[in-house]
Design a protein around this ligand. Sequence first.
Ligand SMILES: CC(C)(COP(=O)(O)OP(=O)(O)OC[C@H]1O[C@@H](n2cnc3c(N)ncnc32)[C@H](O)[C@@H]1OP(=O)(O)O)[C@@H](O)C(=O)NCCC(=O)NCCS
Length: 250
Amino acid sequence: MLSSMKSDVRAVFDNDPAARSVFEVVFTYSGLHAIWFHRIAHWFYRRKWYTIARIISQTSRFITGIEIHPGARIGRRFFIDHGMGVVIGETCEIGDDVVMYHGVTLGGTGKERGKRHPTVGSNVVISAGAKVLGSFTVGDNSRIGANAVVLSEVPPNSTVVGPKARIVKMDGVRVDKLDHAKNVPDPVVDIMRQMQQQIDELKEAWAQEKTQVNGLKATLEQERDRYAVLLTKLKEERVAGFQAALDEAK
Ligand SMILES: CC(C)(COP(=O)(O)OP(=O)(O)OC[C@H]1O[C@@H](n2cnc3c(N)ncnc32)[C@H](O)[C@@H]1OP(=O)(O)O)[C@@H](O)C(=O)NCCC(=O)NCCS
């Protein structure tokens, strides 16, 4: 327990450039107080002394503004900076060297039973105001942006940002996913559609021109054949005429 407490203090110095002395850190860092209270509460929780564990965690919440359920399993060198408004649920598991800021919730969605809170890997940063909700994993070395709302697994070595709010119900009725997707304006798709329409129009015009040219070609060939027949006939008539004149002269 003592070595764990020492490494918790070291974590403050590693992560907060504003930390000046051990004395100051031990007496003024509420994140540190919360994790120490939690380690004691968790000790009771593991021995099934649930009520004492809850009393300790609620006392800690009253003093620090940080609510960690005594059932949460937290690794070494966990650092909560500023702390106020942090909530960590019962079935959370947190690895080593995790940094967390104020306003973070590691909670459930209210739909799951049993394991219903996130599992956070080691060396993860969870920024101010982030909400991580559900029983998925946040991979090692990942970073969660300020105010992000994370509802699904985060792969290791990733950064995730953004609150993902979208309409799912209107007047109590679920909005159809496809219909919803249709209503989202997408300028790139619009331009692609216009280009496709222009290509289709050009293709049609070209096909009409081709048909006309083929028609002209066929007419020309017919005329050429007719002309050849006429020419042959004329030649034959002339030869016959000459022959007749010759015969007469004889
Ligand atoms: C998530 C975070 C750690 C990412 O930092 P990073 O890896 O350096 O990322 P970048 O700053 O390069 O940003 C990458 C992109 O994500 C966006 N982004 C970063 N943080 C964001 C956030 N919290 N919400 C929405 N978008 C965010 C950036 O605008 C950028 O987008 P762009 O490429 O379209 O311009 C950081 O932005 C953050 O949220 N830090 C908050 C730390 C904190 O809580 N401090 C409190 C101290 S009291």
